[in-house]
Design a protein around this ligand. Structure first.
Ligand SMILES: Cc1cc2nc3c(=O)[nH]c(=O)nc-3n(C[C@H](O)[C@H](O)[C@H](O)COP(=O)(O)OP(=O)(O)OC[C@H]3O[C@@H](n4cnc5c(N)ncnc54)[C@H](O)[C@@H]3O)c2cc1C
Length: 509
């Protein structure tokens, strides 16, 4: 059995045991559906009977109320049943968090019990032919007509397309550029299979997702009652964002159990394969690859549940959920490649699931926001954290006669704030960081003055050709460095010289 973490509740631990048992019992059936390229309806219905579709839904709406942790526990195991795991995930992504946070009580009563029962599957529909990573750029429109909305447009790459009954879509309800700028141009709706004008346009043959339907949807004058609108008009972007951390987390969690299956396959296989008169598990190279996969599994798993705990504690782990999704999908791709290497030709055949795992990892790096987009989020949101952005200033240290990272005050602090001294601050920074510019804040911190005064003086220095200013959009001063003329004017040549002790006098000039 997979290790339960110490912070899980008893209920979460017991569901973890049950769902793992369920998966072990149904593993072979899932493989059969994969081989037949058939959508595993009977298995999906079996999962529905267990109530696992309600993992994240409060008990009052018929769910198991296991929180984000419980959803990950179920996703981790169901992901091992391949198509079943994928539809479980998209069904949860098709509005669970959005309904919990944005729907009226009446809507919750209508939709949540259906979601919990898992009798009908759900799909989440953000992506369009002309809107991928740039998810706000959807072109599908929703126009109000009395108590109804008329939807026109297309969606693509929708997992569960066709087999799902419920489609959580985002459509444009405003053409105003001001609304677009403020992200108030979108509204979210639930569309149901069978609504006139709503059709399945295409099913994609993909690198992975062998028996998981993924395709295009078309909306031609589809009339949707206003009661199917989730959240206020113009708040679709907020609705989409509301579930994003949960969605990323689950999109990664579904691959965690697969990583362990690779390890099991490799232990089993390499014990039974003899080359050079030895089982292949005796070769250090193969052990290294398996050790790498074990490390990835353990790291990916613990990070996933660490992130789930944060969500359950009411936090919004924007950075960690992006990391969880990114690392787990990367790990699966890497582990798939390594596993094939360990198994040689057998790894490349479809008789062993490792080649499939490699393909799935690649899919994981694109779905639910590409790895590049996750990195963009990680970088952007981290750049708002003082723990990362608190400057690490270098200062000239007279004792060691070298620039070192230092918290001490600048030697210019308290000097009169004038053109000459500010030029000295900037020129001195050349001695400390010869290739870097200074910010306005660096300069004012060094000498101790206001931003506006620093700006005025720096502009004077620029007029005299003593500094160069790098300006941002709108002409704002962003960075400053001394020109060679400025360096000459600020200090004598000797000021900038520096040689290590061992450097011969005779070689200096
Ligand atoms: C198997 C599968 C299942 C899917 N399931 C669903 C689903 O159920 N529902 C749904 O709505 N969507 C779904 N998608 C769509 C998926 O979310 C998108 O494919 C994904 O967000 C990327 O969009 P795109 O394919 O249009 O690529 P593009 O956005 O065109 O990106 C192309 C490349 O440019 C890079 N890029 C784009 N913008 C930036 C940027 N700002 N900075 C750095 N790099 C950037 C991307 O990382 C990528 O490498 C699915 C996709 C696949 C393949």
């Amino acid at each position: 059995m997979s290790e339960p973490y110490f912070w899980w509740t008893d209920k979460q631990k017991s569901v973890a045991r049950e769902v793992e048992q369920f998966v072990e019992e149904n593993f072979e059936a899932a493989e059969e559906y994969f081989w037949k390229k058939e959508f595993p309806w009977p298995l999906v219905r079996k999962v529905a009977d267990t109530g696992y579709f309600g993992a994240g839904i409060p008990e009052e709406y018929g769910g198991l109320e296991l929180g984000a942790t419980g959803c990950c526990i179920v996703a981790e195991q169901l992901g091992r049943l391949y198509a079943v795991g994928h539809v479980f995930v998209v069904s949860m992504l098709a509005g669970l968090e959005q309904i919990l946070r944005y729907a009226s009580e009446e809507q919750k009563q209508e939709w949540l019990p259906k979601l919990a029962k898992g009798e009908e599957l759900g799909a989440v529909c953000i992506t369009e032919p002309f809107a991928g990573s740039d998810a706000a750029n959807v072109l599908t429109t929703a126009e109000r007509d009395g108590d109804e909305w008329i939807i026109n447009g297309k969606k693509r790459y929708i997992t569960g397309a066709g087999v799902s009954s419920r489609y959580f879509i985002y459509a444009k309800t405003s053409e105003e550029s001001s609304d677009r700028k403020e992200y108030s141009h979108l509204t979210s709706f639930i569309l149901e299979r069978g609504m006139p004008g709503f059709s399945l346009e295409r099913i994609n043959p993909l690198i992975g997702f062998d028996n998981v339907p993924n395709g295009y949807l078309s909306f031609k004058d589809v009339r949707v009652p206003d009661k199917n609108r989730i959240g206020p008009v113009g708040k679709g972007w907020n609705v989409m964002m509301a579930g994003l951390n949960f969605e990323r987390l689950i999109a990664g969690a579904v691959f965690v159990g697969v990583l362990k299956d690779i390890i099991r396959i490799l232990y089993h296989y390499t014990k039974r394969r003899i080359q050079f008169n030895r089982p292949t598990n005796r070769f250090q190279g193969n052990q290294d690859q398996i050790a790498d996969i074990i490390s990835m599994y353990r790291m990916g798993r613990v990070f996933t549940y660490h992130c789930a705990k944060q969500l359950d504690d009411g936090k919004e782990p924007m950075i960690d959920s992006a990391i969880a999704k990114m690392i787990v999908s990367e790990y699966v791709r890497k582990a798939g490649t390594k596993a094939i290497q360990v198994m040689g030709g057998d790894g490349l055949t479809k008789f062993y699931p490792v080649e499939r795992i490699l393909r799935e990892g690649k899919v994981g790096e694109i779905v639910a926001g590409t790895t590049d987009v996750q990195k963009m989020i990680i970088y952007r949101f981290s750049s708002m954290l003082p723990e990362y952005t608190k400057p690490m200033r270098m200062r000239w240290n007279e004792k060691v006669n070298a620039p070192i990272i230092s918290d001490s005050e600048s030697q210019f602090k308290g000097m009169e704030v004038n053109v000459e001294n500010i030029l000295k601050v900037i020129a001195h920074d050349y001695k400390v960081n010869p290739g870097l510019y200074m910010t306005i804040d660096d300069i004012r911190e060094d000498i101790g003055t206001s931003r506006s005064k620093t700006r005025t003086i720096v502009e004077k220095l620029e007029e005299q050709g003593l500094v160069v200013i790098h300006r941002g959009r709108g002409g704002t001063i962003e960075l400053i460095k001394a020109t060679y003329k400025g360096l000459q004017q600020a200090f004598p040549e000797d000021y900038y010289r520096w040689y290590p002790d061992w450097y011969a006098e005779s070689d200096k000039f």
